[in-house]
Ligand binder design. Structure first.
Ligand SMILES: Nc1ncnc2c1ncn2[C@@H]1O[C@H](COP(=O)(O)OP(=O)(O)OP(=O)(O)O)[C@@H](O)[C@H]1O
Ligand SMILES: [Mg+2]
Length: 242
């Protein structure tokens, strides 16, 4: 579904991604792990069009999406949540999701049609239910708990009807109970799409992911099923022991 070829990005003298050749198949849950500054978020930023790579290519279902705007990449079917919560605090929970659904479904000029309103409203409602926020639909997003805001962000991503969902530390700052619920949510939505997830909690990653890719200094250090990664001596040295 997604492939990168020689993906490289430099910030001045810093090579944040160096010749990354990455592949993920449809329906997979792939975890990306690695030390702070390894390039995990930068990888997501390149894949979702937030940053333009210095060189290399990004292919989605074989089509070259390198350098496209975030908006076009979203329309092509890639959504992401941010490491830092990225919602509209002064809009309601429902409005946050509805705006995302609109961006996917219709151009603004189509909104005058009653049927498209209903279409979007139904989509937004089903998304809110799937992320467990139906009861908070009319609450201002700023009034949600931290964990609810993070789940809302997943809802915003889902409302764009992605094929590939990139989650950057979705459980950051969550309590153990919230983390458990969010991972259950990820498992549930993974039934219908492909997931790339950056997550620091190792036991959780080992349990969730089909395969794990380990980034280190902007390069792929190792890749494989959890049991293999867990026992990879190079991975243990740079990451799992620290
Ligand atoms: N826009 C930018 N401009 C300059 N340097 C950047 C930019 N974005 C990231 N970097 C640098 O690129 C490197 C990779 O950063 P990145 O945020 O991708 O790491 P990460 O693996 O997500 O780390 P963490 O686990 O802390 O989130 C770091 O050295 C970072 O300082
Ligand atoms: Mg990061």
């Amino acid at each position: 579904m997604l492939r990168t070829e020689g993906l490289t990005i430099r910030f001045g003298g810093l090579t944040a991604l160096n010749n990354v050749n990455f592949q993920i198949g449809r329906g997979e849950i792939r975890a990306i792990i690695g030390p702070n500054g390894a390039g995990k978020s930068t990888f997501f930023n390149c894949v979702t069009g937030v940053l333009r790579p210095t060189s290399g290519r990004i292919l989605l279902n074989g089509a070259d999406i390198t350098g496209l705007s975030p908006n076009l990449i979203s329309r092509a079917g890639v959504a992401r949540s941010y490491q830092i919560t990225n919602i509209l605090p002064n809009a309601t929970t429902m409005e946050n999701v509805r705006i995302a659904a609109q961006s996917r479904r219709h151009g603004w000029n189509m909104l005058r049609h009653y049927s498209s309103f209903r279409d979007i409203a139904e989509k937004a409602e089903s998304v809110l239910a799937s992320v467990g926020l139906a009861a908070k639909a009319d609450e201002l997003a700023s009034n949600l708990s931290h964990g609810e805001q993070r789940n809302l962000e997943i809802g915003i991503a889902l409302a764009t009807e992605p094929q590939l969902l990139c989650l950057d530390e979705p459980t950051a700052g969550m309590s153990a109970a919230e983390t458990h619920d969010t991972i259950q949510l990820v498992r549930e939505i993974a039934k219908n799409l492909t997931i790339l997830i950056v997550e620091h909690d190792m036991p959780l990653v080992m349990d969730l992911a089909d395969r794990i890719t380990v980034f280190h200094y902007g390069e792929i250090l190792a890749e494989g099923p959890p049991a293999e990664i867990q026992n990879n001596p190079r991975v243990l040295e740079v990451y799992l022991k620290t």
